[in-house]
Design a protein around this ligand. Structure first.
Ligand code: SF4
Length: 304
């Protein structure tokens, strides 16, 4: 947790077209050029130990391997945030591993092909992700998956989590959708309520305990995940700075807090000091009724 993390958004160009992508379609062509990226990586190094290379989809850049090599050369620890479709190519995985170890944050939205491929709007994308995870695991690379919870996948989150563990992944994140960009435009089709998903998230969390894995819940206020408080992701997220295409944000936590909303009733909640609240746009869509202050437990009892 003391390591210093830098997240570099290299562009919005992507080979998926996810229904819930937080980037709007209007910005899909934007990307930083190679020289600018190298300069940013160099300038950021004195204040950071780890760099997350993100997109859009960073692996489809022509200079992806060169960027990774440069980051290794200046002793950055590297995290690649990816939909992993390109990593279905074993020779690319091998070249990446020959450069040095990395951690791969892989999007995996369902173990059911029709569901995953519908959400990514790319036929064959699930099969490619499965192949990529196998490639990376065969090369002893650490893989962490991220599943965005949607109306289409929540009813069998347990099946998805089981399938991910079966591939040798031990660290899973389930994310509450951020309803901006495409997710906002398609909210009626894809955005589930916390009340709808709760029993299914609970089953997935219980399964991960049975299988000895780690599961975190991103962007979940505490009051909508009763009995799973220790799985809320935000206290586990290290301090990080984020550089998008326009500017360096003052910090990922500040960015999150600006996008989220607390309610008047939160003052009565024992988690008020540590809870970030739901995304603002979620309240626009579903209102405040699901969020009720927790008064029967102290937050430090959860995190002792
Ligand atoms: S009532 Fe407010 S502070 Fe408490 S957990 Fe819910 S959103 Fe967070």
């Amino acid at each position: 947790m003391n390591e210093r993390h830098f997240v570099l958004i290299t562009g919005n160009v992507c080979n998926n077209h996810c229904i819930f992508c937080p980037n709007g379609d209007d910005k899909r062509d934007c990307k930083l050029n190679h020289e600018t990226l190298i300069r940013i990586i160099d300038e950021s190094k004195s204040n950071h130990d780890f760099i997350t290379l993100s997109g859009g989809e960073v692996t489809i850049r022509d200079d992806f391997l060169d960027i990774c090599q440069h980051a290794h050369d200046i002793n950055y620890g590297i995290i690649v945030q990816t939909n992993a479709r390109k990593l279905a190519d074993p020779s690319l995985c091998l070249r990446l591993v020959e450069q040095g170890e990395k951690i791969y944050h892989v999007s995996f939205h369902s173990h059911v092909e029709a569901v995953h491929d519908h959400l990514t709007r790319r036929s064959g994308s699930l099969e490619q992700v499965r192949t990529a995870i196998r490639n990376l695991r065969n090369l002893n690379q650490k893989v962490i998956t991220n599943t965005v919870i949607a109306k289409q996948n929540y009813a069998d989150l347990k099946g998805t989590v089981n399938s991910i563990f079966d591939m040798g992944v031990t660290h899973i994140q389930l994310a509450a959708m951020h309803p901006i960009g495409n997710a906002n435009r398609n909210a009626g089709e894809v955005l589930p309520s916390f009340s709808e998903i709760y029993p299914y998230v609970r089953k997935a969390v219980d399964l991960s305990a049975q299988r000895g894995g780690k599961i975190l819940l991103e962007a979940f206020p505490y009051c909508v995940c009763q009995g799973m408080y220790e799985h809320v992701a935000e206290p586990h997220i290290p301090k990080m700075n984020v550089r998008n295409m326009e500017q360096e944000l003052n910090g990922f936590k500040k960015y999150r807090l600006e996008g989220k909303s607390k309610m008047k009733k939160c003052v009565d909640c024992c988690f008020n000091q540590i809870c970030e609240g739901p995304w603002k746009e979620y309240i626009d869509f579903y209102g405040e009724e699901e969020f009720n202050p927790i008064t029967d437990i102290e937050s430090d009892e959860v995190f002792k």
